[in-house]
Design a protein around this ligand. Structure first.
Ligand code: CAA
Length: 377
């Protein structure tokens, strides 16, 4: 599948930006565990925080393939920045645009799409991970507002976001049918954020708990109708999974780039190690896997852009790309040997960062379940 000339130009623009502004500081972002505010502001100025949303809501108006390219190119240098953009864009903005009223869209989307504020998505709870239908947080209607009680965990952007889209149980309908979704704002009394999690990888990205204690939310902040929240979040995750695939792809491409450089430069037994078949075959497999992952991601993105169903393809893209990410970073470290294991080379960061892609936005086991259900439905 070929990219259009606009998509090729866009990729080059992203690549230039990333090489100039992000790659030189990616190791520092990881080592200090600092949220990459500077880069996020620059990406916002380029329109990347709302790259695939309509200009009338503050977006850049590009397609989902371009969005995937943006996340891929960012993650090629820095996974922490990649997941920050992905969670903000496809998990926080998308449900408001897809399911919000015109008033909600006008109020919340433009600052998010322009990147003047960040968004977060709250689904996961301590007892509701893969089983998202086991949500325990409750929202009880009291006069003109809902009173929300409960908590969310592992929330990307939790302490940097100003807008949150979360699920809570309303009414007595069981499991997935009793779940609704709400838009929350930073500063609402009763909304608090836990401490930043100390993670294996993606250490510059912000991940924390959210707590809701006697949190009163105006009933205008209900997204759609009561009981629709679970499906809204599943549809949102279909889109989000394309970007987690793109993130894994970017990290894998970054590891492959470094491996090729290393294979040409590193001399052992009197010649560059890239002249040995043991290394050549690794590189050939890595490059093939990376390209196959890319095509699956673009396929899912194109189906989405064409208004077709893409649940199965986005799960395939996310599943395959994240497993390729793991394989490729593993082999890249093998090519680098001891050097790859050291902190001052990016390999160990890629290796740690990509691991999340097999877990976040649905584990590989859940992706297989989603694909299989679509096959036998
Ligand atoms: N599109 C539209 N509707 C969907 C849907 C989809 N993709 N998936 C499910 N639904 C509908 C079903 O058709 C069903 O509708 P009816 O009640 O009308 O029949 C309803 O939703 C309930 O669906 P299921 O019966 O399939 O629900 P389930 O309890 O069996 O769960 C699941 C399905 C796929 C396992 C789901 O719970 C799931 O995706 N779990 C993983 C959760 C997840 O990905 N969490 C990630 C959190 S976000 C994150 O990680 C962010 C980060 O920053 C890293």
């Amino acid at each position: 599948m070929n990219l259009t000339s606009e998509q090729v130009t866009f990729r080059q623009r992203m690549r230039d930006f990333v090489l100039r502004e992000l790659e030189p500081i990616a190791a520092e972002i990881d080592q200090k565990g600092e949220f990459p505010w500077n880069v996020i502001r620059k990406l916002a100025a380029m329109g990347i925080m709302g790259v695939n949303y309509p200009p009338e809501y503050g977006g850049l108006g590009l397609d989902t393939v371009s969005y995937a390219i943006a996340v891929e190119e960012i993650s090629r240098a820095c996974g922490s920045t990649g997941i920050t953009v992905a969670a903000h864009n496809s998990l926080a903005i998308a449900p408001i645009l897809l399911f919000g009223t015109e008033d909600q869209k006008k109020k919340y989307v433009p600052p998010l799409a322009r990147g003047t504020s960040l968004g977060a998505f709250g689904l996961t709870e301590p007892e509701a991970g893969s089983d998202a239908g086991a949500t325990k947080t409750t929202a009880v209607l009291d006069g003109d507002s809902y009173v929300i009680e409960g908590s969310k965990c592992f929330i990307t952007n939790a302490s940097v976001a100003e807008t949150f889209v979360i699920t809570a149980r309303t009414g007595s309908e069981p499991r997935t049918k009793g779940i609704s979704s709400f838009i929350l704002e930073k500063g609402m009394p009763g909304l608090s954020v836990g401490k930043k999690e100390n993670k294996l990888g993606l250490r510059g990205a912000d991940t924390a708990e959210l707590f809701f204690q006697d949190l009163r939310v105006p009933k205008e902040n209900l997204l759609g109708r009561e009981g629709e929240g679970f499906k809204q979040f599943m549809i949102t995750l279909d889109g989000g999974r394309i970007s987690i695939g793109a993130m894994a792809l970017g990290i894998a491409q970054g590891a492959l780039d470094k491996s090729i450089e290393r294979a040409k430069e590193r001399v052992q037994f009197g010649r560059p190690i890239g002249q040995f078949q043991a290394i050549q075959w690794k590189l050939a497999d890595m490059a093939t896997q990376v390209e196959a992952a890319r095509q699956l991601i673009y396929l899912a993105a194109r189906l989405k852009d064409g208004g077709q169903k893409f649940t199965k393809e986005s799960a395939m893209a996310k599943l395959y790309a994240s497993e390729v990410g793991f394989l490729v970073t593993h082999q890249a470290m093998q090519i680098f040997g001891g050097r790859g294991y050291m902190e001052n080379f990016p390999l160990e960061r890629y290796y740690r960062d990509v691991r999340l892609c097999e877990i976040g936005e649905g584990t590989s086991e859940i992706q297989r379940l989603v694909i299989a259900r679509e096959l036998v439905r």
